[in-house]
Design a binder for this molecule. Structure first.
Ligand SMILES: *Cc1c(COP(=O)(O)O)cnc(C)c1O
Length: 393
């Protein structure tokens, strides 16, 4: 081993074994995949055992809006990868996010959320929760001072997303976690971009991690899901309350699909990281690109911070251009390999082009978001060039 064999790369290597290996499970006759337990309910041999299950509902299989063995299997695999005590899988990323937030606030509380967080998360905080008397302040998360200015005696939650998935801004997770503890607030982070492979916020002091499983973890654009991860204490509160009472559960079929995708997560992430960096660098040298937002580029203002808290990089990034929106949409239409679509995290490359006029300093510019899939990066670069040439002839 040499000096470049860092703790981060050791952690990355270990995940290859974590996803490939399962302990022999006698219940399943050595079945190499977890079976799909297509059950709503589970029966008991005696009333004594039935009563006992109700004394610790989260540790027994009673009803699938509680525990289902296929879903439990996926939860344990995800907890191991993320370095969390417990995980709970949900029907979607938003079911996980809204449940995690609801478990952290009560009437009259105040939330601080990063201003570039995922759109529906911001809407849940700024519109939906106001009817229960919960108020949110949105801050530029790049400086801890902005949290200090926004904090109030009733602040119960810091909601983070690092990097954000539009402009790829980071928060200093160690600083945010330490400051939140000081003021008695909980921290939640949306860790979807980095995946459990490239960022483990719990080891930096964050309380709860959420992922949209729909993206990298699922990885094949074939299912919608979400997960919350954290300490046994908080996760059991969520299990009894938001999980069982709101009922946004993940089905066993989805859990089995996701479990299959998980086998290749570290391998896929390695490919996405390499290709994403190649494409980001390629675009940063194009005359029509004014800025590429990718934390892996040394031109990113928070590149060093990223290196201190991430183990690698996702392959979703954006670039800013002064070219008109119509032209960039024509370019996007002429791309062959990049499909025009929402979401990301599958095997296929994607593109969207949007106006960026609403943000101070970006008036009149266009933002293009690219998701780099599993294709040969040389094909993707050639595709970008052919589409651009065809728009300019
Ligand atoms: C997609 C996404 C979500 C929401 O997940 P769903 O599975 O669509 O509900 C949350 N955060 C980020 C960063 C996302 O990209």
């Amino acid at each position: 081993m040499n000096e470049t064999y860092t703790a981060a790369s050791a952690a990355r290597e270990k995940q290859f074994t974590q996803v490939a290996y399962d302990e022999f499970d006698a219940r399943h006759h050595g079945s190499i995949h977890v079976p799909i337990y297509q059950n709503s309910l589970f029966a008991f041999k005696s009333y004594q055992e039935f009563d006992h299950a109700f004394t610790a509902l989260l540790d027994h299989h009673v009803y699938s809006r509680g525990n289902n063995p296929t879903v439990t299997y996926l939860e344990q695999k995800l907890a191991e990868l993320e370095g969390a005590e417990k995980a709970r899988c949900f029907a979607s990323g938003m079911a996980a996010i809204s449940s995690a937030i609801l478990s952290s606030v009560k009437q009259g509380d105040h939330v601080i959320c990063v201003h570039q967080a995922y759109g529906p998360t911001k809407e849940f905080l700024s519109v939906y929760l106001t009817k229960f008397g919960v108020e949110t302040t949105f801050v530029d998360g790049s400086s801890i001072d902005n949290f200090k200015t926004a904090v109030r005696p009733n602040t119960s939650l810091f909601y983070l997303e690092s990097p954000t998935s539009g402009l790829f801004e980071l928060q200093n997770l160690r600083e945010c976690a330490a400051y939140a503890k000081l003021v008695g607030a909980r921290t939640i982070i949306d860790n979807t971009w980095a995946s459990p492979c490239f960022q483990n916020p719990i080891e930096l002091g964050i309380d709860l991690v959420v992922h949209s499983i729909t993206k990298y973890i699922g990885g094949h654009s074939d299912c919608v899901g979400g997960v919350i991860l954290g300490s046994t204490d908080i996760m059991d509160q969520i299990g009894y309350n938001e999980y069982m009472l709101l009922g946004g559960l993940m089905t066993p079929q989805t859990a089995a699909l996701v479990a299959k995708g998980l086998r290749t997560l570290p391998l896929r992430m390695q490919r996405h990281e390499e290709s994403g960096l190649l494409l980001a660098d390629f675009l940063s040298r194009k005359p029509y690109v004014t800025r590429v937002n990718h934390p892996g580029l040394s031109s990113h203002p928070q590149h060093e911070l990223g290196k201190s808290q991430m183990k690698g990089y996702g392959s979703l990034f954006s670039f800013v251009t002064n070219e008109p929106l119509d032209k960039m949409r024509e370019w996007a239409t002429k791309l062959n390999y990049f499909k025009i679509a929402v979401s990301w995290g599958g095997f296929e490359s994607l593109v969207t082009a949007n106006p960026l006029g609403a943000i101070a300093g970006y008036e009149g510019t266009t933002i293009v978001r690219l998701y780099v899939g599993m294709e040969d990066p040389k094909d993707l670069m050639a595709d970008i060039d052919q589409a651009w040439e065809s728009c300019n002839t």
